[in-house]
Structure formats: C-alpha cells, structure tokens
Design a protein around this ligand. Sequence first.
Ligand SMILES: NC(=O)c1ccc[n+]([C@@H]2O[C@H](COP(=O)([O-])OP(=O)(O)OC[C@H]3O[C@@H](n4cnc5c(N)ncnc54)[C@H](O)[C@@H]3O)[C@@H](O)[C@H]2O)c1
Length: 283
Amino acid sequence: MKLPFNIDLKDKVCVVTGGTGVLCGAMADALAECGAKVAILALGKEACEAKAKSINDNGGCAIGIETNVLEKESLKRAHEIILNELGPCDILINGAGGNHPKGTTTKEYLLEEDLDNDELTSFYDLDPKGVEFVFNLNFLGTLLPSQEFSKDMLNRKGCSIINISSMNAYTPLTKIPAYSGAKAAVSNFTQWLAVHMSKVGVRVNAIAPGFFVTAQNEKLLFNEDGTPTERSEKILNSTPMGRFGEANELLGTLLFLVCEDASSFVNGVVVPVDGAFSAYSGV
Ligand SMILES: NC(=O)c1ccc[n+]([C@@H]2O[C@H](COP(=O)([O-])OP(=O)(O)OC[C@H]3O[C@@H](n4cnc5c(N)ncnc54)[C@H](O)[C@@H]3O)[C@@H](O)[C@H]2O)c1
C-alpha cells in the first residue's frame, strides 16, 4: 500500500514567531527543508536577518522581520511585508515565549522563617509586573499573532496553527507560577481556538516540549562548571528516559501536525514530547 501522504510543504508560507530561538529556530530550518517559505518573527533585527540568511544559505527561502508579538501594529507591519514578499500565511508557529525571574519564587516551598530574608523572593514578593510580563508574553503572544495571521487561512486548504505549550501546563512546576499558568492558558486556548475555527478549516494544535537545554534555561540547569544543578537532577530523575531532549526531537511531531495529509483529522490536541515526563508519577 502506498502511504497517502508525504511531508511536502512546497511553497507553503510559514510564519515562525520566536524563530531565532533554539527550539523554534530548529523548527524554521525543518519547515524550510520541506520546501516552505519561512518568515522569522522575533525580537532583534540582526538576529532575525541572520537566521533568515542561514536558511537561505542552505538553499531554503526565508525572510527575517523584527516583530514584537505583543504589539498589534508590529504584527500588522510584519504581515504586510509577508503578504508582499511571500504571500498569505498557511502555517503559524506561535513559538515566542518564556519565563522571567520576576515571576519566579526563589524557593519551592513557603517557610515562615524565610519571610524576613530580603535576599529571597517569596510568594508574597512576586512582582505583579513580572507576572504580567510572563503571562502576556506567552498567552497574548500566542493570541495576537493568531488573530493577525489566521485571517489569511480561512477556508484555504492545509492551513494550521501550532502553539508551543510546556510540561508546566499539565502540572505546575515549582517556583514558576506565572509561566506555568500562562502555558496552561496556551494549552486551553489551543482547544478553544480549534473549536472556534473548526468551521473555517483551520486546525489548531500544540506541542508541549519536556525539558530541552536552551539559552533561556541553561543557567537554571547547569552550574558554571557544567555539572547539573539540583533542579536539573530532579528533572532528569523525573524524566524516565533520563536525559534532556534535543531540539530536533520536536521536528517529527511538528511536521506531522502541519502536514494536512498526515493529520487532517487531528485538531485541538496538545502533544507532549517529553521522554515520558508527563506519564511518570515518580513511583
Ligand atoms: N526550552 C525548553 O525546555 C522549553 C520547554 C517547554 C516549552 N518551551 C517553549 O518553547 C518556546 C521556545 O523556547 P526556546 O527555549 O527555544 O526560546 P529561546 O529563549 O531560545 O527563544 C525565544 C524566542 O522568542 C522571541 N521573543 C521573545 N519575546 C518576544 C516578543 N515579545 N516578540 C517576539 N519574539 C519574542 C525571541 O526573540 C526568541 O526568538 C517558548 O515558547 C518556550 O516557552 C521551551
């Protein structure tokens, strides 16, 4: 029997927010390798242009546009450039996101004797601005690009949105209530939008990566001498496969979800790619 699909994204226009980052940068490379025309939207003009250049140097087709996913005007401007240079958006990867120290407690557990220690950030010290920043970046940073680019997708074949959630969306991770809540909101929004868009032919799914070493979390995971931090050891002990993921291990799931022929009836799901972290009770 001949399989009814191959992963051919020839001339599909893919918008990748956070496309200069470690995980979504790998996704942008993979989409280009499958024939897509890729728009890299992220902070920093130079980083966006450098990423697009590296894709073009490898025989792909990409443009880089400095964009803030939290500003409607910035998204609108990027959209106009993409329409002019590449055409209407077929696939949107909402990858821009992350945590911020101001939405993070120093310790895992609240102990009364710590409350007078000015060097610690307790639950009571969490800065509303920090919490707001993290919530907005991850949730609004997914919603606003979806509003902007899904307009191109309505009732056109093969269009979909992929959001990037996280393990902390299932069960919150200690210390990072804002990031956990925001990613839970991203998973929830994935389901909501999948339902909302189901009559106009736009599928909406998400990937929930487990633990991957990236620029954002490297300092949390490794000491200066390269040994794993205490948190890192806990993560590895809670990941039955006993290691961190590699960015390229997200790509099979991504390509399956964006390839209409392969996943045409898959809609509103959040796929964990996590070495069985989310399946493990710890016992
Ligand atoms: N690293 C992990 O283990 C892990 C695990 C689960 C989920 N995630 C999620 O995966 C996604 C990518 O993570 P990463 O570690 O590759 O990130 P990264 O830190 O390597 O890159 C972040 C990207 O987001 C962009 N960005 C940040 N703020 C932006 C804004 N306001 N507007 C536009 N772009 C903005 C940056 O320019 C950069 O391209 C994020 O949503 C992150 O929350 C990461």
